[in-house]
Write a protein that binds this ligand. Structure first.
Ligand SMILES: [Zn+2]
Length: 84
């Protein structure tokens, strides 16, 4: 997350957090320093944050697979009923 500090004409200070456009999908692990770095943007990442993000994505994919399996089962049962 990048922070941009703006000072307008009334000397009012605003801090704007600009979301990093990189998704940090490819990382490099440095076991000697216990740190990870994004291969694309070279930002050092918090390993706990990154693991939590991966776990969240895995859970999302599992829900998607479960949903498709349930839909497939329902369609197959419907087709079986129609064919019998
Ligand atoms: Zn990145």
């Amino acid at each position: 997350m990048e922070k941009i500090i703006e000072i307008n004409s009334l000397n009012k200070i605003s801090v704007i957090k600009k979301k990093n456009s990189c998704n940090h999908r490819n990382i490099e692990i440095d076991e000697s320093k216990n740190c990870i770095t994004c291969d694309e943007c070279k930002q050092e990442l918090n390993p706990i944050w990154w693991l939590a993000r991966i776990a969240e994505q895995e859970q999302f994919y599992k829900w998607q697979v479960d949903l498709y399996e349930a839909k497939t089962k329902k369609i197959n049962e419907h087709v079986k009923r129609k064919m019998s």
